[in-house]
Design a protein around this ligand. Structure first.
Ligand SMILES: Cc1cc2nc3c(=O)[nH]c(=O)nc-3n(C[C@H](O)[C@H](O)[C@H](O)COP(=O)(O)OP(=O)(O)OC[C@H]3O[C@@H](n4cnc5c(N)ncnc54)[C@H](O)[C@@H]3O)c2cc1C
Length: 366
């Protein structure tokens, strides 16, 4: 049986980015249950980076710390990983102030637009919108390129990415994990749980108590629209947080009704009610004619009970490392989150790039 320093369960962005951080000084194996890495949450995201997302939380500090890595194309992408789009947060009477901005730096602070300015930016908005907050730094993330670059970095660094390899069972004894997968066994000193929606199941299969992670379904619908010029429009959302949409190509938009339905971990599929809600909210926001539903999909966003990401060794099983609970921000936080996790695994302090981030905010507690 091959022996590794670290086995990472899950080849989504959490496992892939952590693997890329660890390979320079550890022998790493990533095991992925599917035939391809990225079939689940990572391959189904709406692919944006947004500083204001989630409010004034420790996760925002990861988002901001990640921006520099994205701008520098970490971990070696040939193409830029971000494309600036800007975001518009629509306001209406009774919901006009942008709360929870905390101490966002000026570069990221939204600026106010009155209705006339808003009309110049997004023609066809319904009458109820009184104005908006414009967040110029919001960007599309090239998720596939980013994920691919992480997996390539793992392989380049001598790590192994094994697909069609579901973790079935693992037991720790004498400081070694004996790992059993559908593609054979492995031995490792540290086992990392980066299994997204399956985080609880993987813990159980390793004989470790769960954290109460819950997977929540979220739907995205691609609509063909009877107008052009949508490609470069800002990402549009409302301060009530009932929908968002962004242009996809010149005649289409991606619309999300911000659904959050708890489900068992699975290959998530959209429910008709969520598709209908997405279309309804979109049509109440703008007067653009909806011609067809071109595509629809759903993915799972996974949360710990306190909705904070969980990064760290298990208090009762010190060679079991949790990298879970990324919720709806796992892509935009991955560059910094992976550095944080790699630093915790190696031991010692946090590097300069993580100044202002406190690992205790993500501590694993039951
Ligand atoms: C609709 C939607 C929109 C989103 N939009 C954004 C966005 O705009 N920006 C953003 O930052 N985030 C967004 N997110 C969130 C983001 O997609 C997730 O936080 C992130 O992808 C989580 O990555 P992960 O690697 O933890 O999970 P996953 O990508 O789900 O990877 C976990 C992997 O573990 C594997 N696995 C499970 N069990 C086992 C096992 N026993 N053995 C081996 N492998 C196993 C699975 O097959 C899976 O590939 C969105 C999510 C959804 C659903």
């Amino acid at each position: 049986m091959d022996s590794y320093d670290i086995v990472i369960v899950g080849g989504g962005i959490a496992g892939a980015s952590l693997g890329a951080r660890l390979v320079p000084d550890a022998k790493v194996l990533i095991i992925e249950a599917e035939d391809l890495c990225g079939r689940h949450a990572t391959g189904r995201s709406a692919a944006f980076w947004q500083a204001s997302l989630g409010g004034d939380t420790p996760e925002r500090r990861l988002t901001l710390a990640s921006r520099r890595f994205f701008d520098a194309r970490w971990p070696g992408s040939e193409t830029p990983l971000l494309r600036t789009r800007g975001a518009v947060h629509l306001t209406h009477a009774g919901a006009e102030s942008f709360e929870d901005l905390g101490d966002l730096a000026d570069d990221f602070m939204p600026t106010h637009l009155d209705r006339a300015a808003l009309d110049r930016l997004i023609p066809g908005l319904r009458d109820q919108w009184t104005g908006a907050w414009f967040e110029g730094s919001c960007a599309d993330i090239e998720v596939a390129a980013f994920h691919h670059a992480c997996l390539a970095a793992v392989r380049r660094g001598g790590g192994i990415v094994r697909t069609d390899a579901e973790l079935l069972r693992a037991r720790e004894s004498d400081g070694r994990w004996m790992v059993e997968t559908s593609a054979g066994g492995a031995i490792a000193r540290i086992l990392v749980n980066a299994a997204g929606a399956w985080g609880e199941q993987v813990a159980t299969r390793c004989g470790v108590a769960g954290l109460g992670l819950v997977a929540k379904r979220r739907t995205v619908v691609q609509l063909r629209i009877g107008r052009t010029g949508l490609k470069d429009l800002p990402f549009v959302t409302d301060l009530h947080e009932s929908f968002y949409f962004k242009g996809e190509g010149d005649h289409a938009v991606w619309v999300c009704p911000l659904d959050e339905t708890p489900v068992e971990p699975c290959d998530a599929a959209p429910e008709e009610i969520d598709v209908a809600t997405a279309i309804d909210r979109f049509e109440k926001a703008v007067d653009w004619p909806v011609e067809a539903v071109e595509r629809k999909w759903a993915g799972l966003r996974t949360f710990a009970p306190d909705r904070h990401m969980k990064f760290g060794f298990d208090p009762d099983s010190p060679q079991f490392f949790w990298c879970v609970g990324q919720g709806g921000m796992g892509i935009q936080t991955a560059p910094a989150a992976s550095l944080l996790c790699a630093s915790l695994i190696r031991g010692g302090g946090l590097p300069e790039e993580l100044t202002g981030i406190d690992a205790r905010d993500f501590a694993v507690v039951r």
